[in-house]
Design a protein around this ligand. Structure first.
Ligand code: HEC
Length: 151
């Protein structure tokens, strides 16, 4: 092997090791948080609806208040947790687990309208209850807030 070939060979080894050691685990781990969702899909046009409210600091902060305290009978934080990871106080031993809003790989495939509809109607047979007492505007504020967890 002349010097040039040896150089090419060594560079290839270094590059492949790098990809294997860093890039591969990063790709695998990024999707590791994805939960198996059997949650019913929102009907018709609601599913794909984008948040009609501006994602402003005001709306996000109103959403945060409802998430951490305001939502009755039980604030979202109790199950979905302060970091939105689905690890709130009441989440232990719950099957299926509360949604992990911080999981970008999963959340990017769940449209605003789906989040809105499940907050209003719940997911039957799971810990996720429907919040009929919240006004539409309040629910969209919460949607704006929970989107921040995956940013
Ligand atoms: C008693 C525990 C509990 C509380 C309180 C709770 N959730 Fe959930 N939530 C769950 C569980 C469990 C799931 C998973 C349901 C499923 O897998 O179908 C879930 C799922 C969700 C989803 C997922 C929708 C989807 O299509 O994947 C959203 C959005 C959500 N919750 C929002 C909220 C918001 C907002 C609040 C407060 C207004 C709240 N949750 C309060 C337990 C809870």
């Amino acid at each position: 092997m002349n010097l040039f070939n040896r150089f090419i060979y060594l560079s290839a080894v270094v590059l492949i090791s790098f990809l294997f050691l860093f890039a591969y685990p990063t790709l695998v781990l990024a999707g590791d948080c994805i939960q198996k969702r059997k949650t019913p899909q929102a009907p018709g046009n609601i599913y794909k609806q984008a948040n009609p409210l501006g994602v402003t600091a005001e709306n996000i902060s109103a959403g945060e208040k409802l998430y951490t305290k305001g939502a009755k009978p039980l604030a979202c934080i109790q199950c979905h947790g302060a970091m939105g990871k689905g690890k709130g106080k009441l989440a232990m031993g719950m099957t299926p687990k509360p949604r992990d809003f911080s999981c970008q790989a999963m959340m990017k495939d769940i449209p605003d309208g789906q989040l809105f509809w499940v907050i209003k109607n719940g997911s039957k047979g799971t810990g996720m209850m429907g919040y009929k007492t919240l006004k539409d505007e309040q629910v969209w504020q919460i949607v704006a807030y929970i989107r921040q967890f995956a940013k």
